[in-house]
Design a protein around this ligand. Sequence first.
Ligand code: 5RP
Length: 228
Amino acid sequence: MKEMAGKGAVDALVKSGMKLGLGTGSTAIPAVRYIGSLLKEGKLRDIRVVPTSFQTSIECEKWGIPLFTLNSREINGSLDLTIDGADEVDDNNYCVKGGGGALLTEKIVAYASAAYAIVVDEAKLAEHLGLTFPLPLEVVPEARLPVIRALEAWGGEAILREAVRKAGPVITDHGNLLLDVFFKHPVDCPALEAALNHIPGVVENGFFTRLRPAVFIARSDGSLEVRN
Ligand code: 5RP
């Protein structure tokens, strides 16, 4: 299902000559591999990619996909299209992202893109964001407890994300910590996306509400739905 969503978005949207943002996670990576195979076969040409994480860079390197940063002269601060996964998507196509810990670069890249596509399987669809899958927040290490306390005032219960196969917390690609925040009641996602970043020490949060992505949803019956 993940492969169907990723390939569907690439077939529908990616054209030769594009400046592309490529996402992180188990649904975005099949799209990266597919772009790599199309480049190798000569079916795509002159693609310039800005990756959203170490994971994505490494996968692009394996496929020989040309990598740049948003600050490279060849990219000049803006992209034609970004394709990424999500942890939850609601009926407005608002998303929660950051399950893979890459939300900061993912948001910088997404918000620098003229078009945005989200690739998910149907299990990611949610009526209200932040109630089942927690909202990730990237936080500078010294602000950990003050941010947790501030979130309580917003009705959020925050847990420090612990690493697997390493003792202690997850450290992001930018050297920060991640808090995963559960809300007890439905929240105003666009308002919170703006407000949470005003807490001193919060670098970025995982609500993505300012873009209206095309959402490619792979269904368990084998169909692919595209919701704009
Ligand atoms: C990483 C992300 C991912 O896009 C999100 O976690 C979805 O990953 P997956 O496709 O593996 O479920 O936001 O920070």
